[in-house]
Design a protein around this ligand. Structure first.
Ligand code: GLV
Ligand code: MN
Ligand code: MN
Length: 420
């Protein structure tokens, strides 16, 4: 029974948790690391191998597959009324360099397991169902983050995404072509009736509360910057301390302040420097140039504006104290997102239908769902992950929780697709 007292489309089927887990482990073998994680950066040969495997599984499940111009993969199970916009789910299968087995992969394979379950049970939906693999969600090899869903939702242009380059100068367009996923269909004209994304929480709240399902209400806003500090290279021995323009020492102050700002904006503030390059990176040369990333997050846009202002003040002080030049460029700006009330209810009803303990949850991590929310009603389902750890090779989740989240995904999709 739902919170509004009605009983709607409660499924009388359950997904196959063992099959879901086997698929997750099989996919995780592509790019498996020695420490039990996965390194499968976007648009590499490993990404191609993983995409090929997922597409093969979808075809075996009777789904048709199309790929759009940014490499997003749409895997479709036809409905009784093909003209209805599809009820979709999905996530990403690219990983961080020291990524885990579940981030993103779970959302895609949970969608596939929903389809396999409906096939086994002989259930047809009114609306078609689609499982989507979004390109380059992680933003590790290519910036911006959530690239495929961002182009899909019109947040930035296909041309700007194509032009993004990795550290070795390879472009998104060339790499899509090279791995065979530069699709024919235009990006973004594909209508969706609703979108659900199942994901591990990547934080500790559900596990600490002993709750199985998070009905996600929204996602923290995220701003990414490239910061380049230019000082002057000089000899580490003869150059007196007061005469130096040490780009690394100046950078360290900005890096510390990034974290300090987040602490001042607790509990929702976040500040991270995760990527650093020092030039010329030689022991006895005072660093002349440092390039690093800044990642600021907060649930409230006004607070995020204030965090950004504090960052700028710090940069002004450091510039004059150290006599260096500093360039700060914003490379991603994804405002805080609030999901669709009806989709959140579909998730809650799904959890209730299966008898799982659930609670509202806020996502600290960015997700493709943030961009789909701009073009279609969207909701997310969280399940706990071990010790709240993600973006780490030891990332782990209990098979029973993964099964529960997938059952809720099934229920939520059926709720919207009006099971026939
Ligand atoms: C995406 O993984 C993010 O940075 O939140
Ligand atoms: Mn993810
Ligand atoms: Mn991630």
């Amino acid at each position: 029974m739902s919170s509004d007292g009605t009983k709607r489309n409660t499924p009388n089927v359950s997904i196959n948790g063992k099959r879901l887990h086997n698929s997750l482990m099989q996919l995780a073998s592509i790019g498996a690391t020695e420490r039990g994680g996965v390194c499968r950066l976007a648009l590499t040969d490993l990404d191609r191998k993983a995409r090929d495997l997922v597409v093969t599984w979808a075809q075996e499940a009777g789904m048709s597959v199309t790929v759009d111009a940014i490499g997003n993969i749409f895997m479709r199970r036809e409905g009784e009324r093909p003209s209805l916009p599809p009820i979709a789910c999905g996530s990403h299968i690219d990983t961080q360099p020291t990524g885990g087995k579940f981030d993103g992969n779970y959302g895609v394979l949970a969608g596939l397991e929903v389809v396999r379950t409906l096939n086994d049970a002989g259930i047809t939906t009114q609306a078609p169902l689609e499982v989507i693999v979004w390109t380059n969600e992680e933003g590790s090899r290519f910036v911006p983050v959530m690239m495929g869903s961002g182009v899909f939702a019109g947040a930035f242009s296909l041309e700007s995404a194509y032009g993004a380059k990795d550290l070795h100068g390879a472009s998104v367009r060339d790499e899509l072509e090279r791995i065979g996923y530069l699709g024919a269909s235009p990006c973004g004209i594909h209508p969706l009736g609703a979108y659900f994304e199942a994901h591990i929480e990547q934080g500790p709240v559900l596990e600490d509360a002993g709750i199985t399902i998070g009905a996600v209400t929204g996602v923290l806003g995220l701003r990414w910057y490239n910061c380049v500090v230019t000082g002057m290279e000089a000899h580490a021995g003869p150059t007196p301390m007061p005469r130096r323009k040490d780009a690394l020492q100046a950078s360290l102050r900005i890096m510390s302040e990034t974290v300090a700002i987040a602490h001042r904006f607790a509990p929702h503030g976040r500040g991270t420097v995760g990527f650093v390059q020092v030039f010329p990176n030689s022991r006895n040369v005072i660093p002349g140039r440092v390039q690093f990333s800044i990642d600021l997050r907060h649930y409230d846009e006004a607070q995020l504006d204030a965090m950004e202002r504090e960052l700028h003040s710090c940069i002004n002080v450091v510039r004059s104290d150290h006599g260096v030049s500093i360039a700060l460029e914003q490379v991603s700006n994804v405002p805080a997102c609030h999901f669709d009330a009806e989709c959140i209810k579909s998730v809650e009803r799904g959890a209730q239908a299966y008898g799982y303990a659930w609670m509202p949850a806020v996502s600290g991590a960015g997700h493709d769902a943030v961009y789909t929310a701009r073009v279609t009603p969207t909701g997310m389902i969280f399940v706990p992950c071990k010790d709240g750890i993600s973006h780490n090779e030891i990332e782990d989740a209990k098979p029973e929780d993964l099964e529960a989240g997938c059952n809720v995904l099934l229920a939520a999709m059926l709720d919207r697709a009006h099971a026939g």
